[in-house]
Design a binder for this molecule. Sequence first.
Ligand code: MF3
Ligand code: CO
Ligand code: CO
Length: 263
Amino acid sequence: MQNNIPIHSTADFEGMRKAGSLTSRILDELEQLITPGISTLEINNFCHKMIIENDAIPAPLNYKGFPKSICTSVNHVVCHGIPSQKKNLQNGDIINIDVTVILDGWFGDCSRMFVAGKTNKKTYSFLKTTYECLLIGIKNAVPGKSLGDIGYEIQKYAEKNNYSVVRDFCGHGIGKKFHTPPSVLHYGNLGEGPELKPGMFFTIEPMINMGDWKIKILKDGWTAVTKDKSLSAQFEHTIGITETGNEIFTLSHNNSDFPIKPL
Ligand code: MF3
Ligand code: CO
Ligand code: CO
């Protein structure tokens, strides 16, 4: 699964830039929208409309039977939460919103955490550390390093802060398909896996739990939750490896990659 990592051309970077840019622009709009009382279905509908209006396609919709256009994962939901009219955000809830668009055939995949209303110190530092895990992963995604170095550094930082790294889901190659090689683990060992090369496109999307890393899938077949009901958080970017480092395709347009106000 780690062989056959596609190497993309300069022209392909331009396609990813456009798809990534739309993805992050949608997430930028959500900061104002996410307040106590809103349902996750309303967030889904807002994103769906904005994706369609920009001549793009919501990639999750009907993907392997997923029923909605985005994933909304609240509190102890790790990932793949299904938007629902019945799920209204309460003050202090934390939510991951994961948006994937297809624009001119190219996939942009990005997610951020938001807080409905106000959070507390303990949760704020958990969210901050999770975002830093993503940044550490990106910092290590440079030509000459191994894929495994990314996971190793993320795991080291998360565990130093007494959090755990989810094992059951990983980042993925991306481009003209949603999921391609390589699998980008958010844990592991230095020097393992293939060497990173210019032209590789993949996501880094560590899921970090406040308690144990073990998860289970609910009966809907999608919603992943922490077994111990502890909080889970995640941030995701889509990047491309360049000659000198990497390019982040899904950067916020208003510096809101971490859209949570300090306490
Ligand atoms: N966007 C998710 C990812 O980061 C995948 C969602 S697939 C879905 O890979 F079917 F759950 F929407
Ligand atoms: Co992804
Ligand atoms: Co995603």
